[in-house]
Write a protein that binds this ligand. Structure first.
Ligand code: ZN
Ligand code: ZN
Length: 172
């Protein structure tokens, strides 16, 4: 969804973006949900964009790979401008708009999907677990240790340590 500066007025306009599978960064992560966005024009070159995302994040468990779904919600605010980026002078530093991101555009067209996507990336946790006690996958035999028993210890005839075991038996 693209929004042209000419379509935005000083009076806030509201719109909703719904999506069933937004793909976020990371292996197999996806979102489904709704983004509610408010846009208003500050002047010819600046637009204020505020939004909120509500949805569900589905991602594989970091340990066992099982798909995990969890609620994802986030509020965001952007100042979108076509003015070239400038380094603010020291007296201009304000702490009031702490969470406002500034988005610099070459053309006065806002790509809403891109903004929502960027916000979703921030929602992907570094580690997602199906359960805090997830035992994960055995790196040796690939067994899901939550439901299967590891076979590495029992079947170690191909392991280089099996040879050592035989040697030990002979010397005894
Ligand atoms: Zn898991
Ligand atoms: Zn194993």
């Amino acid at each position: 969804m693209k929004l042209h500066f000419d379509d935005i007025t000083a009076r806030p306009s509201y719109f909703t973006v719904k999506e069933n599978s937004w793909h976020a960064e990371g292996d197999g992560c996806s979102f489904s949900g709704t983004a509610n966005i408010t846009a208003s024009k500050l002047d010819g070159e600046r637009v204020s964009l505020k939004g909120r995302f509500d949805g569900v994040l589905t991602a594989p468990c970091s340990r066992c790979g099982k798909k995990v779904s969890r609620k994802a919600e986030n509020s965001f605010a952007y100042l979108v401008t076509t003015k070239p980026e400038t380094i603010p002078e020291l007296p201009e530093i304000e702490c009031s708009d702490d969470d406002v991101n500034t988005l610099y555009l070459d053309t006065p067209v806002i790509d809403i999907a891109e903004i929502v996507q960027e916000q979703l990336y921030l929602e992907v946790p570094l580690q997602i677990l199906c359960d805090g006690n997830c035992k994960g996958i055995c790196p040796g035999c690939g067994a899901d240790l939550n439901s299967e028993t590891c076979t590495c210890v029992k079947d170690n005839s191909n392991s280089p340590f099996a040879v050592l075991g035989n040697l030990k038996k002979k010397t005894n």
